[in-house]
Every structure is written in C-alpha cells, then in structure tokens.
Design a protein. Sequence first.
Length: 367
Amino acid sequence: MQYLCSQAGRFFAIVLTATLVSSCGAGADETVERPPRPVEWAYPSSTENKLNSRYPGRVVEAQTTNLAFEVAGTITKLEVDRGDEFAQGDRLGRLDAQLYRLGVEQREAAIRQAKVRLDNAEIDFDRKVALQGTGAIAQSVIDAALSVRNTARETVSELVAARDIAAKNQRDAVLIAPFSGRVLTRLAEPGQTVAAGAPVLSVADGSQGLRAEFFLSETDITTIELGQTYPLRLLATGATTRGTVVEIAPDGANSLSFPVALSLSDVVTARAGMSVELVLRTNAGMPDPGLRLPASALISAPNGSAVLRLDDNKAQRVPVEVLATTDDGVILSGVSEGDRIVTRGASLIRDGQIVAPLSPSETRYPE
C-alpha cells in the first residue's frame, strides 16, 4: 500500500511538472509570435517656411495726389476714368467756360474803348504842350491834360491785367495733366458744380514708381531698418524682385502690427493692386538650418537626444542635435529629408526593434 501511494505521488508530480513545462512553453511561443508594434512616422520637413517670416502685402503707387480745377464751375466732361493712364500735358477734363469766355470778351471790348480814350488824351496833351511855347496856354491846362493822359494809360494797363486774368480763368477751365500717371478714381462727375481747388480726380504720379505695403509683427518690426533690401514675390505671377525699406511707422496700427513700406526696384514686373509677399529671414546667422520634426519624435540618448529612423521595418536610433524649438516642433540636425522618423511612441521602442510602419495615409504629417 505504501508503495502504491509512493508511485501515485511520483506520477502526479511528473504530470504536474509536464503541465507546468507545457504552460511555460506556450507562453514563450506567444511572446515570440506577437505582431510588430505599429508606429507613426514622418519625413523631416524643410525649415525654410518656419525660419522665414512671410507677410502678405499689396503693391501701390509710391505717390498719389488729387487733381482739381483752379476755378469754379460746372464740369462738362471728364476725359479719363478709373485705371486710365495719361501723359503730361493731356487734357483730363473741362468746365463750362462760357462765363469766363464772356469775361474775356467784355474786358477786350473795354480795352479797345480805353485805348481810344488814351489816344485822344495823348493827342490833346501833345497839342497843348506845342502851344506852351507861344504863351497862349497856361501851365495848369497842360498839367490837367497830362493827368488825363496818365489816367488813361493806367486804365488801359488795369484792363489788360484784368483781361489776362480772365483769359487765365478761361484756360483753367480745362484740366491739364501736370505729370504722367494713372487715374485711381473719379471724385466728381460731369454735371456737378465744383469749387476752385475741389478734388476731381485721384491719380498716381507715374514718375515716382511703385511700392509695397505690409503690416509686420512686433517681433519682426525690430529686425528691419530704413534702407535695407528684402526679397519680394508677386503672388499672381511668381516673379521675384527686391524692395528697399523707405518707411517704418513709429507706432503700430494696432497692438499687433506695424505698417512698413518698401520701394520696388523693378516696376516692370509689378503693377499697382497686385498681391505681394515679403520674406524676412529670422534665422540669420544659423549655420545649419536643420530639418523640422514634431517634438514627440525626440527620445533621450546617453549623449543627448536621438530619434528612431526606420530602416525597412527596423527602428534604428540616430543621435541628433536640437538647433531650435518652435511652437509646432523642433529643428534638428543629424537627419535627412528622406528619412522615415518615428513620431509617436518612440520612447516605447527599443533600438533595433522590428516594427510595423503605418502607411502614409494613416500617418499624421507635421504641417
């Protein structure tokens, strides 16, 4: 009986041991067969757009002014409209000049009459001076004739001056372009009565060229100076040119932006009204511009920082240097634009571990 119990105990011990060994073997097999960890990845992106500040702006005329008639009157015609170009000396508009024309005619008639009186006064004076030697005429009579002649002369001179003014007013009833330029807008229309000096046309002085206007942030406004040049890009055509800073507002238009104006060096490729982009390089002096990745791609390394690069399906640790930190990531050196870098859960992956990279459509790329 004791022998049977001993044998039974030995049997159960063997069965139990085999069961435990079998269970442990099954657990080991499950660990080996566990599928690779899926990982998100991204290509490092260029830092050009992030290390450069880009500002949208608009091309405008460098100098604008208003043109007006120098006399009052009713506009009968405007020869130009918005967008029209004109040359110096062109006729741009005219007033109803009938009153000014009548004024000239009336003064010319008065001048003719005054000249007749002057001629008579001259003849009378000369005749009396000739009689002075005979003693037949008193000096007071000669003096009176002289006064009449001088008054007649002054009257003619005054009437001629008045006629000249009236003639100028008649000429000023026509608006002549003082320079070459372009009409920005009409401020009055035919049939409208305007006062002398009242703006009729808003125009751009073509001789002053073009400039581009922008609103800069309070950070970038401190980096520019008058006379500096910067690259500009016309958004419509993609053409590039350069602009020189000619105006910096002393105060911001609001708490966040400051007006800045740049004169354009090449006006052939630009036209007023075009959209333009100003590029300010904010990483000046940085020898290596680096590449950008999400901050989640960084892992700690014995000598600093590292990332995990995917070589086929294997995660390889690559040491990197952090050049800068931005609002949406980090700027690194040590990686290439074509590298596939793990961007999420990198700290949970061992160097050399086999992983399952997600397809690009499943991967969230940095913007």
